[in-house]
Design a protein around this ligand. Structure first.
Ligand code: GLN
Length: 483
């Protein structure tokens, strides 16, 4: 039952082949049985889940409830959940019970989904491997010695191991697409402004965007239908109608122009990953797509630019954690300065501190123009590269990451090499663009993700192109044996 997609489970629920309570119990049991090995959950909300499942069953019994009614899901622990611990993977928020629901959480409730728990994540979503969480490293279900990717690694690992059929995540520089790629599932980062950020704990506000992770593009479309939409509580939310993302999944992609950025297929790309992607490109040719090489000339600048802008915004956003209003407070402070200093040094982990230091530095008088302002200007050039590219092609295709998953501990002492694993995912959020990662094959029994980047609000097209690939391949059907 757990190998079924959300689309299939939805049919079973509506056909009364199974109840939501049964389904929810099944997934809760799997979490209890397997999560010790993966550490993908921080909180399990068993009682609330069973209650929500009962309510969904009542609706379904009356012939009501939409496509997601009764479907168990998990939320990344970055989304505030009313009355439930919301940690953001940090000791700083270990004791934080959110007093309200994030808009995404409200929307998913309205759609009738059943939250079974909150997933583990890199601390404050800073990381590419899920090794920075206060709650410990998340393991990759394909090989527990390897990282699942980050920062939505808990969500990705939980979906890949079929502990839950779908989950939410957030992506600032790749945190939905990268773990989806490394865990063999599908994950979409929407256009900036498409999904509300209200109640989603801020890391880098001009980049953060919530989105869905699930086994297939079709499931991702179903989840996005519920998540997307205008929210007056988020000043960067865009007031544009939400299409039915499932309606166009089967459209023909004959004649669609797919661009391969030469900078994403050059130095740094693992040869075996390159081969997997080349094979996927051939599938697209068979489906009638027209493949074309393109150039995104400022690609090499995207990692350095991101690692100025994201830390700058994080240093500002994380200033609110001062031990006074909420969150961790040190023991017996002697005065106010001691309270600030010790609460922050004890409450934050080392990666978060590194980012706060970098961010404070690049924003300080004397360095602002040289680093922050310069980075903003280069960000525009990166955006312009995409604007030019989308004059020639409809979507851009690349590997999601330069290599398959790496070993736990392999990059923890080398932040630069860790940051470089975001090479192909970082530019899209800098330009506000949507991107999806879908399973494309394996190298040494580890999954390889393929990324498709679309133009602004091009989610429906991305999902269509991803879904068509999944109708002629079965990579997304491969499940890790140990689970
Ligand atoms: N790996 C990137 C970082 O560490 C991206 C994280 C994210 O998208 N939240 O910042």
């Amino acid at each position: 039952m757990h190998h079924k997609t959300i689309a299939e489970l939805s049919q079973d629920l509506h056909a009364k082949k199974i109840s939501s309570v049964e389904l929810t119990q099944h997934f809760l049991e799997r979490i209890k049985r397997f999560d010790e090995k993966l550490n993908s959950f921080i909180t399990i909300t068993e009682d609330a889940a069973l209650q929500a499942a009962k309510a969904a069953d009542q609706k379904l019994a009356q012939g009501q409830g939409g496509p997601l009614a009764g479907i168990p899901i998990a939320h990344k622990d970055i989304f505030c959940t009313d009355g439930i611990k919301t940690t953001c993977g940090s000791r700083m928020l270990d004791n934080f019970i959110a007093p309200y629901d994030a808009t995404v959480v409200t929307a998913m409730k309205k759609a009738g989904t059943v939250m079974v728990g909150k997933t583990n994540m890199d601390e404050f979503a800073m990381g590419s491997s899920n090794e920075t969480s206060y709650y410990g490293t998340v393991k990759n279900p394909w090989n527990v010695d390897y990282v699942p990717g980050g920062s939505s690694g808990g969500s990705a690992a939980a979906v890949a191991a079929a502990l839950v059929p779908g989950a939410t995540g957030t992506d600032t520089g790749g945190s939905i697409r990268q773990p989806a790629g490394l865990c063999n599932i599908s994950g979409l980062k929407p256009t900036y402004g498409r999904v509300s950020r209200y109640g989603m704990i801020a890391f880098a506000s001009s980049l953060d965007q919530g989105g869905p992770l699930a086994k297939t593009a079709e499931d991702v479309a179903m989840l996005l239908n519920a998540m997307a939409g205008f929210d007056p509580k988020d000043s960067t939310s865009v007031d544009q109608p939400v299409p039915d993302y499932t309606a166009t999944l089967n459209d023909s992609i004959k004649g669609i122009r797919i661009g391969l950025p030469k900078e994403y297929f050059s130095e740094g790309l693992n040869n075996d990953v390159a081969k997997v992607i080349e094979t996927a490109v051939k599938e697209y040719e068979k489906l009638g797509a027209v493949i074309q090489e393109i150039s995104l000339p400022n690609t090499a600048l995207s990692v350095p630019v991101y690692y100025v802008i994201a830390p700058a915004e994080c240093s500002s956003n994380l200033a609110r954690y001062d031990g006074v209003r909420y969150g961790y407070r040190c023991k017996d402070p002697v005065d106010l300065e001691d309270l600030y200093k010790r609460s922050r040094s004890e409450g934050f982990g080392s990666e978060v501190k590194r980012r706060i230091m970098i961010g404070t530095y690049v924003l300080s008088a004397g360095y602002y123009d040289a680093y922050y302002l310069k980075a903003q200007k280069v960000r525009r050039l990166i955006r312009d590269d995409f604007t030019e590219a989308f004059k020639k092609v409809d979507v851009i295709l690349s590997p999601t990451t330069p290599t398959p998953a790496f070993k736990i501990g392999e990059k923890t002492s080398d932040p630069i090499s860790m940051y470089l694993s975001d090479l192909y995912t970082i530019a899209a959020p800098l330009a506000g663009l949507p991107g999806i990662s879908i399973p494309a094959g394996f190298v040494n029994k580890l999954p390889v993700g393929m990324q498709l980047i679309g133009n602004l609000f091009g989610e429906a097209k991305l999902l269509n192109i991803a879904h068509r690939y999944q109708t002629v391949t079965d990579w997304h059907k491969h499940m890790p044996e140990a689970f």
